[in-house]
Ligand binder design. Structure first.
Ligand code: GH3
Ligand code: MG
Ligand code: MG
Ligand code: MG
Length: 324
């Protein structure tokens, strides 16, 4: 939504941004080998944009992915080369896929122009090229592309926001629920180990009651950060509930998972957490329930359930310990 996109962009409204864009100052690639056309088009566009001329279509194909171009104008009448083919290649390459394309052609080439429009070329200009029309059509493409790119960025940011926990910056439960099925299925298919660790801070209510909720938040953030430093890129780390964190660790068996959990427990206990700009050190301990996937598990919930039961045992047995 527009509001979410605005929030994701740090208060910038993408629609307002698009409306404010003049469509000036773009990087334009002109693929043309006729001297008169280069001169005419180059002169007209240079007053508004930066224009790079390339007479060789093969070199254009090499240049285009790295040039940071927003729009490419491609002649359909290149000497010994089909400009339409170049357009189609630019469309299919990963790094030029989003480039705005404008064909330059003759009136008699309507069939080819239509084919180009069919596979996604954005616009065309007929020779003799009218200067004002050229400038206007290029500007339209520049604005359209910038708008699309802005929305693409906003969408990406909102998608990340939707799976991130605000307080800790860890993934949230929605993310975990979405990913754990995939990881679980993968472990099942390849008959590999999969472990899940359920971490719950000991007597956290007491921390809140003693130091205040703000300090509790800070402890939670620092706790999450300390845990984050101990996971590998393929592990899932998510805030599961209030002061509970889930670690999903692929490729390990139960003894390995217990060793990981024990190391995490020790690291939490090893040093107190500095809060309120370093004025307070709060000691924290954590209890951890460990479970691994079993061949009889129907779903990740079975494994998570065992981790939860193990956590409960760790609490009953006196806290600051690992149970499996
Ligand atoms: P134990 O787990 O050892 O049994 O004791 P506990 O005190 O941690 O027990 P419990 O899990 O029942 O309570 C967790 C507390 O964490 C309750 C809740 O007020 C607090 N909490 C949950 N989320 C947050 C949060 O985001 N910030 C702060 N400051 N506190 C939170
Ligand atoms: Mg509890
Ligand atoms: Mg707790
Ligand atoms: Mg709890």
């Amino acid at each position: 939504s527009r509001a979410l996109a605005t929030r994701a962009l740090g208060g910038i409204d993408p629609l307002a941004l698009a409306a404010a864009d003049t469509g000036e100052g773009a990087n334009i690639l002109l693929v043309e080998d006729r001297a008169s056309a280069i001169d005419r088009i180059g002169t007209a566009l240079s007053q508004h944009h930066r224009v790079t001329v390339e007479t060789d279509p093969h070199r254009a194909l090499v240049l285009a992915p790295d040039g940071g171009f927003e729009v490419a104008l491609v002649s359909l009448d290149l000497e010994g080369f089909d400009g339409l083919r170049l357009c189609s290649q630019l469309r299919s390459l990963d790094r030029t896929r989003n480039l705005s394309l404008i064909m330059l052609g003759e009136m008699g080439e309507k069939t080819r122009i239509t084919r180009g429009l069919d596979f996604g070329v954005n616009d065309y200009l007929l020779r003799p090229i009218d200067r004002n029309e050229l400038v206007a059509r290029v500007r339209t493409q520049v604005r359209r592309r910038r708008f699309t790119e802005t929305l693409r960025g906003a969408l990406q940011a909102s998608m990340e926001l939707a799976v991130t926990d605000d307080l800790t910056g860890l993934h949230n439960r929605r993310y975990l629920d979405r990913q754990i099925g995939t990881v679980f299925g993968d472990a099942m298919l390849h008959q590999k180990g999969l472990a899940c660790l359920l971490l719950d801070i000991d007597r956290f209510k007491l921390i809140n009651d003693t130091w205040g909720h703000e300090a509790g938040d800070e402890v939670l953030r620092a706790f999450a950060e300390r845990i984050r430093q101990q996971v590998r890129p393929m592990d899932i780390l998510a805030r599961y509930g209030g002061e509970e964190i889930v670690m999903v660790v692929p490729g390990v068996d139960l003894p390995e998972a217990q060793a990981i959990a024990e190391r995490v427990r020790e690291r939490v206990e090893a040093a107190p957490f500095a809060v309120q700009r370093g004025t307070r050190d709060i000691p924290v301990t954590v209890s951890i329930g460990v479970a691994v996937r079993r061949s009889t598990d129907a779903s990740p919930a079975d494994m998570l359930g065992r981790a939860d039961a193990a956590l409960y045992r760790a609490k009953s047995a006196g806290r600051n310990r690992v149970e499996a």
